[in-house]
Design a protein around this ligand. Sequence first.
Ligand code: URA
Length: 242
Amino acid sequence: MRLDKFLVDCGIGSRNEIKKLLKTKQVLVNGEISTLAKQQIDEQNDHVTINGQTLTHEKFVYYLLNKPQGVISATQDEYHTTVLDLLDETARHKDVFPVGRLDIDTHGLLLLTNNGQLAHAMLSPKKHVDKCYQAKIDGVMTQDDVQAFAQGIVLKDFTCQPAQLTILSTSKKENTSLVQITIKEGKFHQIKRMVKACGKTVTDLQRLSMGPLQLDPNLALGDYRRLTPKEITSLDIFNVAL
Ligand code: URA
């Protein structure tokens, strides 16, 4: 692989920043200064250092994004900003993609990775991965709705698996509710449609968690970070190489 690609993959910086590092002789390959971006290296066996720090090549990368509204869960689009546009050059370079989709007007936790096996496992209906959402509702949700969710809401084209509806607060005066909903599926507009089936409307939807991953309260809307080693370890339950 080219040395500059290796350095981008390691998250060292953009191609321009890397050019500067090479020009200023800060990169060593097997102990020798390298200034050539296109130098071929063996990413598994060659020893690459920057200012004495050894670099190791990562195959898979994992990003936790607090997706804002107005951004689509796709890798490219002619008209809209995509979640990929929010990430760094390393992510694009490594062909990262979103694990599942959130609607354009939904915000909250979105995992992005280039680990296809993990994405497949997390999205597989057989794995029953819990997805927890917080929703603002136009209408007052009731205990009847809680029971209907627990029994499995019947939609026009399918019957939902049992889901958990927790009513956090309601206001009869404002005719609104704040609820948390946990589902194990991920059908198109599923939460909005389940709430609609109860005669109410979702006015704001935020994803709080997906499997073992939680939305990080320190991430502002549109911000992202790499998963921590502990979070990556928590994905061991999916039995795929991480
Ligand atoms: N359910 C929805 O209706 N929309 C989402 O974005 C996610 C779940």
